[in-house]
Design a protein around this ligand. Sequence first.
Ligand code: MEV
Length: 438
Amino acid sequence: MDNAVSGFSKLTKEEKINWIANTYFINPAEAIATLKQYWNNDAQLQQLHDDFIENTISNFYLPMGIAPNFLINGNYYSVPMVIEESSVVAAAAKSAKFWSTRGGFKAAVLNTEKIGQVHFLFQGDSGSLQSFFEAIKPNLLASTESITANMQKRGGGITSLELRNKTTELENYFQLHVTFETKDSMGANFINSCLEQLAKTLKEEALNYAGFNEAEKNISVVMSILSNYVPNCIVRAEVSCQVTDLAEKKIENPQEFAEKFVQAVRIAEVEPFRAVTHNKGIMNGVDAVILATGNDFRAVEAGVHAYASRNGQYSSLSHAKIENGVFTFWMEIPLAVGTVGGLTSLHPLVKIALEILGKPSASQLMEIVAVTGLAQNFAALRSLTTTGIQEGHMKMHINNILNQYQTTPEERKMIKSHFENNTISHAAVVSYIDSLRK
Ligand code: MEV
């Protein structure tokens, strides 16, 4: 229990850092210096970051890169990506360039429905509950009016409200299942505020409802919360070209390439162990844009993977086919994103990212995110089915090894030239560094 602390959040930032450094480090001064090295000199900017969360002690940098040349629905985009994995931006850029000369990416938002639920327990006759719900539905909706007024002006709001009986799954369990349109905001705060008001009105109306007996009047609300599963907030991204047009330097036999590519996708459709890694490759692109644009990557991850399991077995999000000599590769994924609210107007780099993307609407951002995911998946499958993944990956990763071994500029030059014609692996690079230093 030596490392337990009480009242940590009440300490000043300096005191927090001192406590951490003295508790966990043999050399506290060095730890303090490293933590402070990442503070921003601009005190106001630092305060902004301090205030994002509780108990901030430093900033955690991730690189922000650009994958240019994304031709999406006829317009070019330079896509900002925030990610630590060496080869991801390079792969996205390579895919973007490849498809820019083959018609580009097509993307379309199919629907934009968000969902929230009031989960409650009701002991009594479900028929009476249904009559009660129908009688008070206008009051439920009216009670949210002060919350929904602004959203309604923007064309959004509550789009449906139903009572769902879940008692076959769990005793006495019912829901208010609510759908929302939240336009350019992700809508989490809006949805949760509406739900909490609906829950409050539900309880109050039940207490005064003449058709209920005493037990029935006592509705017990367990929780009111949005769902990050948004199977009706779907965007589709697609590329397609003549199989013969797939030819390029590393794709000498396009028919063979296309067939192997389709086979690789089929494997991910039927084999969950492969599907998870296949989809992880898609999320390399998706998450990087989600982070750069200040969106909630955990929400997106949870929703996307639930969608990948919607038929009872975890499966590939993307699909591919060859028909009449045409290769088509596509995916549909659920994405709840926003371009207003949240971090979007707070984090200076998020503002920059959105500006680079031409200040997109939430729907346009859904398209850009999905396309980046598909591009990433294309790049991964292309490497996997041709040269293997390590060639490109290690080419990018070599810098990390060089940094890890604190190589000098002269050493770097020799190492890079040596590995232009030799297979790069961690062991090979380390052993070459050793040989140089002997
Ligand atoms: C690595 O981050 C992603 C891949 O493993 C994806 C895939 O296997 O399709 C290369």
